[in-house]
Design a protein around this ligand. Structure first.
Ligand SMILES: CC(=O)N[C@H]1[C@@H](OP(=O)(O)OP(=O)(O)OC[C@H]2O[C@@H](n3ccc(=O)[nH]c3=O)[C@H](O)[C@@H]2O)O[C@H](CO)[C@@H](O)[C@@H]1O
Length: 350
């Protein structure tokens, strides 16, 4: 049995799932994993594959009032101090964090205790947490080659985005079987619409309007929590959240989605034609830069959020479906990322 590894990455699915993927790999390789996250994030609802899970009442600092910023910062610091005691007691071999405020306390406590810290950046433009932690980390693993310039060259390694196991495995399903699982028509053209792990109201509402006018096509829409569909469209299947995203990707001929890093790399892995509508308020517009390179290569379409309406979306979906495009983006897929990250860490520690 190898030693313990402490992992943090949560708040939203975009930080949580890559952490899940690397945790699965660590466990397969005999490590014991301890996970650190937030009470209010996705990790409060989904089980993380760890021996022990520690959840804290912490929130991000960005976008808060001055007073809110002070309160959040103090909580983050207090959490870092309590994790420091856990590190001293449990003595993990090393620490891995996956960006976002949910990773900050564990990252800081690694620094305070002198534990080896490794970080993974999912996005094209890094989060403040990773920019800070990269100064002390032993290695920085990146998803996009163009984000290299933000980090110290000598410790930065391109590994790609760690996809979770079920996403990798469900690719074997194929269109027919996936549509059968979902109980949708096996012949009809199918469009999957989703707004990342939290849903996107505007995208959902626009897609519902398009679906109302495009009866020859069926739509699978993930609307996010709290959404109630009142449209009664016969050609729409709507979910608040769907755990096996691979089934939905497999069933789709075209994906319309926000451009969170996880969504982008899963769509690339499934090689699906895609129309991206980047979330306009993402820090440093990172969702736009997550997909601009694909658009520049002519491999995907971007619609800016302020231009999104049912007229434009209708036209773009029709164009794609009429072209019968099979998508050509699979070739950009980087596989075995979790394995690469583990190998890099083990070599670094020899
Ligand atoms: C609003 C915001 O700031 N979003 C950020 C957040 O996005 P968000 O949390 O939406 O994350 P991503 O787009 O990266 O990934 C979404 C993940 O949720 C999963 N999923 C989604 C819906 C569902 O019903 N079932 C399901 O399993 C997908 O398979 C995917 O693994 O983290 C990403 C990675 O740091 C960033 O790029 C995004 O900008």
């Amino acid at each position: 049995m190898k030693g313990k590894v402490f992992i943090a990455g949560g708040g939203t699915g975009g930080h949580f799932y890559p952490a899940v993927s690397v945790a699965e790999k660590l466990k397969e390789n005999g490590y014991s994993v301890y996970y650190f996250g937030t009470e209010n994030g996705i990790e409060g609802k989904k089980k993380f594959p760890a021996e022990k899970v520690f959840l804290y009442d912490i929130k991000g600092v960005r976008g808060r009032s001055f007073k809110g910023k002070i309160v959040s910062s103090l909580k983050l610091l207090k959490t870092a101090l309590s994790i420091r005691s856990i590190i001293k007691r449990e003595d993990p071999e090393f620490v891995i964090t996956f960006g976002g405020y949910a990773s900050l306390p564990l990252g800081l406590s690694a620094l305070l205790t002198g534990k080896d810290l490794y970080i993974h950046e999912q996005n094209s433009v890094p989060s403040y947490t990773n920019l800070l932690l990269s100064k002390f980390a032993k290695k920085v693993f990146i998803t996009f080659d163009h984000s290299r310039r933000y980090f110290p060259a000598e410790k930065t390694v391109l590994t790609g985005f760690p996809l979770r196991k079920d996403i990798i495995e469900d690719k074997e399903l194929g269109k027919e079987r996936a549509r059968d699982i979902l109980g949708v028509d096996s012949e009809r053209k199918t469009v999957l619409v989703f707004g990342g792990s939290q849903g996107a109201k505007k995208l959902t509402e626009t897609a519902l309007k398009v679906a109302g006018r495009m009866k020859d096509v069926q739509f699978i829409i993930i609307a996010g929590k709290g959404y109630t569909d009142t449209s009664n469209n016969e050609n729409v299947k709507i979910y608040r959240y769907y755990d096996r995203m691979g089934v939905l990707y497999s069933a789709a001929d075209l994906v319309v989605s926000r451009a969170g890093a996880g969504s982008v790399w899963e769509i690339v892995y499934y090689g699906k034609p895609a129309i991206f509508v980047p979330y306009p308020y993402a820090a440093s517009d990172h969702q736009f830069y997550n997909v601009r390179w694909l658009e520049e290569k002519g491999e995907a379409e971007i619609i800016r959020d302020d231009q999104l309406d049912d007229e434009l979306l209708y036209k773009k979906i029709r164009e794609y479906l009429d072209k019968n495009s099979q998508g050509n983006i699979k070739k950009y897929s980087i596989i075995d990322t979790a394995e690469k990250i583990l190998k890099e860490i083990e070599n670094d520690r020899l």
